[in-house]
Design a protein around this ligand. Structure first.
Ligand SMILES: [Zn+2]
Length: 268
């Protein structure tokens, strides 16, 4: 059976409390052999590491999600450095910029938008710095903020690398990321009926420049669309991606697992 990794899952979410063991068992039965549990703040980072300590197949990314930026302390670096040292801390993230729901879209002021964006940029920069210091790569989240995100990574592009997770942008934007030497990863939206633009991006991505992920509990692929997503569904994602790449599942397994092991050096 071809094996795959889920390189972006939120296993620390309450969604999995009722049936965590079953979720892992279904992943294993589907050929998913490694899962990276991605953090959204420092507490979430600690929970992800606790899961990684308990389960051999789980690794953690430690970091702070831009949508939670307003709750972040002024300097997350000391705590993050500490967490990043853990042998199963495989990456920094998810970090980046998210302008999808700015304060002004929820009765806030333009000044609040500016402060919110500044705080996001500040904690993103801190995480890029810790990535450089610790030699870990970054899991990048961007939404409605592509140009600013790209501009912010440029000074770091030769010192660390990132994966633009849940890639859903144009082929032109894909080329900009690849030109910086960075990667992308694809979620279940590749299976959506209205996901042709994502399939075009997949077709244009070289075999050694992308990874697979669920971003669970979000974005369950067809035929589970709208339900709680889980790592086992990388199987459905892999089937669609293999069709688009005109390759076998074995070839896709070999390529994506090799890319993930190279990008997340602590994965063994
Ligand atoms: Zn995520």
């Amino acid at each position: 059976m071809p094996v795959f990794f889920d390189t972006h899952a939120h296993l620390d979410y309450d969604d999995y409390h009722p049936d965590f063991a079953d979720v892992l068992a279904r992943a294993q039965a589907a050929g998913i052999t490694k899962i990276i549990s991605i953090a959204t703040d420092l507490d979430s980072s600690r929970r992800a590491l606790a899961l990684a300590e308990k389960h051999e197949m789980i690794y953690a990314a430690v970091g702070w999600h831009p949508s939670n930026a307003h709750e972040a302390p002024d300097d997350i670096r000391p705590a993050l450095r500490e967490l990043a040292r853990h042998p199963k801390a495989a990456a920094i993230g998810e970090c980046g910029l998210d302008y999808y729901r700015l304060p002004s879209s929820q009765n806030g002021s333009a000044e609040e938008d500016v402060r919110y964006k500044q705080k996001q940029a500040e904690i993103f920069r801190q995480q890029l710095e810790v990535a450089v210091e610790t030699g870990l790569n970054c899991v990048i989240h961007q939404r409605s903020s592509f140009d600013d995100t790209l501009a912010q990574i440029q000074p770091f592009a030769t010192k660390t690398r990132g994966v633009f997770h849940c890639f859903g942008e144009s082929v032109e934007r894909l080329q900009k990321i690849l030109a910086a030497g960075w990667l992308v990863s694809y979620t279940g939206i590749v299976t959506f009926k209205n996901g042709q633009n994502i399939r075009d991006a997949v077709a244009a991505t070289p075999m050694d420049k992308f990874m697979l992920e669920t971003d669970c509990p979000y974005l369950a692929p067809v035929p589970y669309r709208g339900k709680r997503c889980e790592p086992a569904y990388v199987k459905e994602i892999s089937e669609t991606v293999a069709q688009v790449k005109l390759c076998s599942l074995d070839e896709l397994s070999t390529a994506t697992c090799a890319t993930a092991k190279e990008f997340f050096p602590k994965l063994v």
